[in-house]
Write a protein of this length. Sequence first.
Length: 45
Amino acid sequence: DVLDLEVEMIKQRGPVGTGKAIASVGGEKAVSCEITFVITDGRKE
């Protein structure tokens, strides 16, 4: 089986954004959700 993940960014303000995601297996939608994310430079302090 192959999992396909499609993500659409809805809005972004500074490093914080929201988006919509759809996961499908074999061409059939398995789940959809809204996500909130933060973009960082990856450094630990």
